[in-house]
Design a protein around this ligand. Structure first.
Ligand SMILES: [Zn+2]
Length: 253
């Protein structure tokens, strides 16, 4: 990152009373989580249509065996640990520099790093919820990984468990809270998202229409580069954030 850019980010953040962060897959690829939409992601390998046809609420309801055969193969990961970028963001929240995070990621790495105010609009992959409305017991992924059948069932009532992630055909979680948090920001930092997935990209667009201080840290183009006060492209996101945080430490902000 160039020194001028660094100075500008630090002074913008130092003057902000409410900095909100939006994160996408790019922050987690540095922690070893595959990017579904990246060059090696399953969307490219299998085609978006096939993925959408299976990772879909109707397909789940109609044929949970087929759903889980696919889901277990492509969406259930070994435990991952937060990367440097996640850790720095948690530290920035502790120091009052970041007030909240809205994430598209389902890996829980922000929470694992210690961030407290996190809105995961696409849900959480290591949680499963009983489909029986009257039961709704929540299970961790260990239960599902070690379950003897391909379709995991509730041990209390025997109903099928559903991953606590937003499938195609379902609404995002916490729509209102996420939008409010983003539009209420004084400064918005987008990290590791090309801003193509709606409705989140729409919230950021709305923010950038009325406010000015949008900062984008992403490898490659995003849909809102033209609206950003500053775009930081390339480099390691964790290192970039660490440098910003260190400069703020030095300035006592
Ligand atoms: Zn149950």
């Amino acid at each position: 990152m160039e020194k001028n850019d660094l100075d500008q980010v630090v002074s913008v953040l130092a003057n902000s009373r409410n900095t909100i962060v939006v994160t996408g897959a790019g922050i987690s690829t540095e922690a070893g989580i595959p990017d579904f939409r990246g060059p090696d992601g399953i969307y490219r390998k299998l085609g978006e249509n096939q993925v959408m046809n299976i990772i879909n609420i109707n397909a789940f309801n109609r044929n949970p065996e087929e759903f889980y055969a696919f889901y277990r193969q492509h969406f259930v990961f070994p435990p991952a640990v937060p990367g440097k970028a996640h850790q720095v963001l948690a530290d920035m929240e502790k120091k009052g520099r970041v007030k909240g995070i809205v994430t598209q990621n389902i890996d829980s790495l922000h929470e694992k790093a210690g961030s407290r105010k996190v809105i995961a609009i696409h849900g959480t992959a290591d949680r499963y919820i009983c489909r029986n409305r009257g039961c709704q017991v929540v299970y961790g992924d260990e239960y599902v990984k070690s379950y003897e059948d391909i379709v995991p069932r509730c041990k209390k009532c025997g109903s099928v468990l559903k991953p606590d992630v937003v499938l195609f055909g379902e609404n995002i979680k916490n729509y209102v809270e996420a939008r409010d948090m983003i539009l209420g920001a004084q400064v918005l930092i987008v990290i590791g998202s090309s801003l193509t997935v709606y409705p989140l990209a729409g919230f950021v667009k709305e923010f950038s229409t009325f406010y000015q201080d949008l900062i984008i840290i992403n490898k490659g183009r995003t849909q809102l580069d033209h609206a950003a006060l500053l775009k930081i492209d390339g480099g390691h996101t964790g290192d970039t954030l660490e440098e910003i945080n260190r400069q703020m430490d030095l300035r006592g902000k």
